[in-house]
Design a protein around this ligand. Sequence first.
Ligand SMILES: [Zn+2]
Length: 321
Amino acid sequence: MSPHSSGASLHDFILRHPRLLVITGAGLSTRSGIPDYRDADGQWKVTPPMQFREFRDSAAARRRYWARSLAGWPRFSTARPNEAHSALSRLETLGHVTLLVTQNVDGLHQRAGSRRVLDLHGRLDRVRCLDCGASGSRENFQQRLGSANPGFGAPAASIRPDGDALLDPSVIEGFAVPACAQCGGVLKPDVVFFGEAVPPARVDSARAALAQADAVLAVGTSLMVWSAYRFLRAAAEAGKPAAAVNLGRTRADGQLALKLEHDCADTLRSCIAALSMRRGARTAGHRAVNRVDAGGYNPRLQDSRPAPAPAFATDRKDDDG
Ligand SMILES: [Zn+2]
């Protein structure tokens, strides 16, 4: 399927289901230089990332994490949004996004101009104390890490999706990790690790947005992680269709109304162009009556349909549901 026909299929889907809960994953940010975790079959390309319990319980694991993160942060933090981020920002402007739920921790949707964003798995540009809950900027902590480890070396040439990098074990052994400035406790990036719970308030926000949506659109994600896949399950239980744009298989392939195995930036660009053209034609036709685009999502209008009550079995970020 060409990018054009793929974009046309998505365009048709959105015309039929104008209010979307959008779910994004690592595939969105690969063009920004942040690699994704999984191959086309949804299997790990790299060693699976650190589990929460390992980070919490092992000082050696925390040294390894922060040493790699110190090296990977400069490249991660300077990544720029790409065309796919811009297209989804435009989709919001056109009134089609009830909420964009991203599994990415890079903040690139916001930098591309999206406003209705839920960072399901947190943000890597913040750190939080596991003991007292104090939070601070990663940029500031990066300086503390650098000062505590003079002569650490140059930034890494390659990084992983969670912003860390591969380092020699001898470098990690002598690495010093600064403690919380408030209480001397353990600092952790403000992201949801594998094996850690997604804060319930975030799940509630996504559920509320799903209740307002006509359909789910998954972009650049294999949906292998339960904390995101459950929204596809919830949509199915509520009788709402789902579409996915992803190079490779997704965990939801069996239930998708539309599956586009194509580059997400190309597909979205083609789709947005068609939507914009249609809106332009409508605006010209209805300029005299000055009304809201009937095809778009108007958040001020209350949806009278009852909210679905999907069963959310667990809040943990895990592969298995
Ligand atoms: Zn603290």
